[in-house]
Design a protein around this ligand. Structure first.
Ligand SMILES: *[C@@H]1O[C@H](CO)[C@@H](O)[C@H](O)[C@H]1NC(C)=O
Ligand SMILES: *[C@@H]1O[C@H](CO)[C@@H](O)[C@H](O)[C@H]1NC(C)=O
Ligand SMILES: *[C@@H]1O[C@H](CO)[C@@H](O)[C@H](O)[C@H]1NC(C)=O
Ligand SMILES: *[C@@H]1O[C@H](CO)[C@@H](O)[C@H](O)[C@H]1NC(C)=O
Length: 243
């Protein structure tokens, strides 16, 4: 009886210690999250948030340090690097094109400031993302390398129709080298493709994405929806489309 109790205590203490270490363990992967702007506006407009689609191209949501086992990503890391808009002034044209703010009411730099402060600052331990400029520049680069719009269209997957989720995932896996995570928003009995997550190791080599075992509470109405997709996913051409 005593022995059992002792063992239980040991397990419990060990559990506490390992929890502490888990919390502090260094992150080991990146997630490049790309958004289909039409779907984002569909859902923002349903929530009465004014939203614009600057161009019908897959755009960047962010590049997020994470864990290859699907655990919750680190956030708000080195608070000693506040966002400085002057650092990215040479990238403005590219950022406005590929990483745009779709909400006209939000000040121009707010989206980038958020992505830097919540995620980018966690990435400064990696050389290629070691400064704010490098982080944004590298992310732009990764979006061009992982050109999901072209990958999908060369597999015959173009906006305006529904496709099997497995066909979308298969095309992306062949095109990028790793199993992506595809997220959707559900409306009008259809599951609209919303985001594509491409996972990488810390040298930016694409890997299979883990099943996330961290589901945050539902996202804000000012963000693209992130629900699991159904078997058939709708890739909308226009947010006004009704099928
Ligand atoms: C990160 O910082 C934001 C803004 O200060 C805060 O709302 C959020 O709770 C923080 N998140 C974590 C995980 O610390
Ligand atoms: C961004 O990175 C590329 C290399 O990928 C480099 O040629 C370019 O000068 C960088 N741009 C800035 C503004 O640092
Ligand atoms: C969704 O499906 C339900 C049940 O089949 C149907 O009653 C409803 O009209 C559909 N709504 C739309 C917008 O298609
Ligand atoms: C990333 O994966 C590549 C190919 O498997 C490997 O060569 C490289 O060392 C990995 N990088 C890290 C940081 O694990």
């Amino acid at each position: 009886m005593k022995m059992k109790k002792l063992i239980a205590q040991c397990i419990c203490i060990f559990g506490i210690i390992s929890t502490v270490y888990t919390g502090e363990k260094e992150w080991d992967s990146f997630v490049l999250t790309l958004t289909w702007p039409v779907t984002m506006c569909k859902f923002c407009n349903l929530a009465n948030k004014k939203c614009v689609v600057p161009a019908k191209i897959w755009e960047i949501h962010g590049l997020w340090p994470g864990y290859s086992n699907g655990d919750c990503a680190p956030r708000n890391c080195s608070i000693s690097h506040p966002f400085n808009k002057d650092e990215i002034k040479d990238l403005l044209d590219q950022l406005n094109k590929y990483w745009p703010n779709q909400l006209p009411k939000r000040p121009q730099y707010d989206f980038w400031a958020h992505e830097w402060e919540a995620h980018g600052r966690c990435a400064t331990i990696v050389k290629d993302t070691g400064t704010e400029l490098k982080y944004f520049n590298k992310t732009l680069d990764l979006r061009l390398i992982n050109d999901v719009g072209s990958i999908l269209s060369s597999a015959g997957i173009s906006p305006g129709k529904s496709y099997e989720l497995t066909a979308v995932e298969g095309a992306l896996k062949r095109g990028t080298g790793g199993q992506p995570l595809v997220l959707c928003g559900n409306v009008e009995n259809k599951t609209w493709i919303s985001e594509i997550l491409i996972c990488m190791n810390k040298s930016f080599k694409v890997t299979d994405c883990p099943q996330p075992n961290c589901r945050p509470k539902s996202r804000k109405k000012t963000l693209p929806p992130d629900d699991p997709c159904e078997e058939m996913v709708f890739y909308p051409e226009s947010e006004k489309e009704l099928y």
